[in-house]
Write a protein that binds this ligand. Structure first.
Ligand code: HSE
Length: 314
């Protein structure tokens, strides 16, 4: 393995890389298109330069639904990354073992994009460059919160720098108290992000925007200093109520959990429900009766990483 080698031109057939990429939760209530949280839940993706053709072999979540040709999101993202690096490949095979459910608001498309781009860097013998990854991943995904968390890990704030004419997205990482965990309730049916975004209004009342800004600031404090504030800090006025008609069971579960004092919210564009909680509350939350939802407790996690890179057999 030659991890520091930089490739240019064409990559040899047989060059391989393996990356692990995390599930992520966006918004976390008041941080619409800004807050992202990486979770200890990963897809593993292998990429290999082959003689010709661009193909994906998928096992696990979504295996029977995703495209397996050059339109597969990991394949197309890896190719976009390699093209930007000026590295040519005669063909590429991606093997993805998916455990992150698709269309549930857990960042599966961001994971695919970041895996493809990180895989491109690894195949090319480059170190993972977070700024390069974020620039390309945000362009492909269209919003930065999930991809920023998948790249950097932990709890991040992503924002466009308006002083930069290109609106470059920047990231600030916020330390998270080690006792803070997440519980997720994943429903069986997906909701497409485009559908959920289509339900949002063009404008919101000033009072709602003001209240939301206060809670977003409070959530940064709650995550890093005072978890007792998590229930108040996860209140949102900008997206969840507008999206509730597309995910009524999830909206009702959020309502019930919040009525019992928990920091429950819709994960990303939904329909997964997520509660931020102290570790000692996880078992009680998992034990609740929530028919129709698969529940699991998750710690916060790190960002994408290269597991291996080699010229031939790993
Ligand atoms: N911030 C995005 C949204 C996340 O809520 O639409 C989508 O995964």
């Amino acid at each position: 393995m030659r991890e520091t080698e930089e490739e240019t031109g064409s990559l040899a057939v047989g060059t391989r890389a393996v990356v692990d990429v995390p599930a992520t939760s966006a918004n976390l209530g008041p941080g619409f298109d800004c807050f992202g949280l990486a979770l200890e839940w990963h897809d593993r993706v292998g990429l290999e330069v082959i003689e010709d053709g661009f193909v994906a072999e998928v096992t696990g979540e979504g295996a029977d639904q995703v495209l397996t040709d050059e339109r597969h999101l990991i394949v197309s993202s890896a190719r976009a990354g390699l093209a930007d690096l000026g590295v040519e490949v005669p063909g590429l095979r991606v093997r993805s073992h998916n455990t992150i459910p698709h269309g549930r608001g857990l960042g599966s498309s961001s994971a695919a994009i970041v895996a493809g781009l990180a895989g491109a860097l690894a195949l090319a013998g480059r170190a993972l460059d977070p700024d390069w990854l974020l620039r390309h991943a945000n362009r492909i995904e269209g919003h930065p919160d999930n991809v920023a968390a998948a790249i950097h890990g932990g709890f991040v704030l992503a924002y466009a720098d308006e002083r930069d004419p290109e609106g470059t997205v920047r990231v600030a990482g916020v330390p998270v108290l080690p006792e803070i965990s997440a519980v997720v309730w994943v429903p069986a049916a997906p909701v497409a992000t485009e559908v959920a975004r289509g339900l949002l209004p063009a404008t919101v009342p000033h009072a709602d925007a003001a209240a939301n800004a206060g809670r977003a600031a409070l959530l940064v404090h709650a995550m890093s200093a005072d978890p007792s504030l998590l229930p108040a800090a996860t209140r949102d006025w900008l997206h969840q109520s507008y999206r509730a008609p597309a995910m009524p069971d999830s909206a009702e579960l959020v309502r019930r959990l919040r009525a019992d004092g928990h920091a429950a919210l819709i994960s990303g564009a939904g329909p997964t429900v997520l509660a931020l909680t102290r570790g000692d509350e996880v078992a009680g939350l998992i034990a609740r009766d929530t028919p129709g939802f698969a529940v699991r407790g998750l710690r916060t996690g790190g960002g994408v990483r290269v597991v291996a890179r080699a010229e031939r057999e790993l």
